[in-house]
Every structure is written in structure tokens, then in C-alpha cells.
Design a protein around this ligand. Sequence first.
Ligand SMILES: [Zn+2]
Length: 191
Amino acid sequence: MEGLTVPDFIEALEKSSKTCIIQIGVMEKHGAHLHLGTDLYLVREYSLRAAEQEYTVVFPWYYFSQINEARHQLGTISYSPELIWKLLQETLDELSRNGFEKIIIVNGHGGNNAFLNYFGMAQLAEPRDYSMYWFRPESNAEVMKKFVELTHEDKNDAHGDTRETSSMLTAEPDVVHLDRATQQSGKTSSA
Ligand SMILES: [Zn+2]
């Protein structure tokens, strides 16, 4: 979306059948070998690949996530529960005002799952001009089957582990410090 001019945007609305993806990540520690923005990189990659298969407008980087549980770790950017709710609602409202009728939230950060379940249910509290869908890649049975076949890893493997590291090696190989993968990742914050 950020790369479109206004005339492009008008065309994109039609071409996408008024569909937009909000790709949600977070800023959070991922060991000593992966970037704080790992979830951002990955969810953007998933969303852009999906949009290549079926044209969809992808909303810019979005990292206003539920991450209270990691506030003690350096590198975490955590906003209040009220703010993340309001910001997401206003983002949906703005996309709707701009003409989108289908808004797909692709979630790259596990800490948002409970939040997004309830946020989705709360959309039904009043009439809306759009439909909201939300998708977590790890809920997709086909994706998880491939992952287990390829890595022989238990599917509980998650944060900063084999799945995220190998996904990052595919999406952004230049930013993975594999040589640091066995190191401790350092200090916690004073919060
Ligand atoms: Zn992550």
C-alpha cells in the first residue's frame, strides 16, 4: 500500500476486490541470533507471497502488538491494552473509509492470538461496512504438516527456535546470525 500512488490505489481497490491484508508483527527478543523484528519480517513475507498468488493490498509494517509478557526483556516495545485495541479498530475503520470491504489480519506474533480472537468477536457488537478475517500461519494444518516433515521437529517448537530460524533463513538470510544461535541473548530490562 505504501508504494501506491492515488491512481494506483484506485486501481488496486478494484483489482483486489476491495481486499486488504494487515500483517501484524511485534518488536521482541528472539535469542542472540535473530532480529527483534523477526515476527515483522516473517509476517510480511507470508503476506507478500500470498498477495503474489492472488492480488491483495498489503498494509504497511504494523508492530502495535500485545506483548506485556515480555516487558522485562530488552528490545520489547509494548503498548497498553487500550491503545492496541483502539489503534487496530481505527486502522480497520480507516481502511473501510478508503473503500476496503474485506480486511484480512495475518498474525505473526503468538502473543496476539487471544487478543485477536476477542477483537474479532467484538466486531459483531455493531454493524460494520467490512468483514474482518484473521489468520495465524501456524493454525494451518497443511503448513504444519510440511514443517514437521521437513524438520522432524515437534510442532510446539516456536519462539526463536528451529521454525522461526529456518523461516528467517528463507525470508531474510542476510540478517540471521546463525553463529550466535547457541549464545545467551543477554540482559533483561529494568521494567
Ligand atoms: Zn517470533
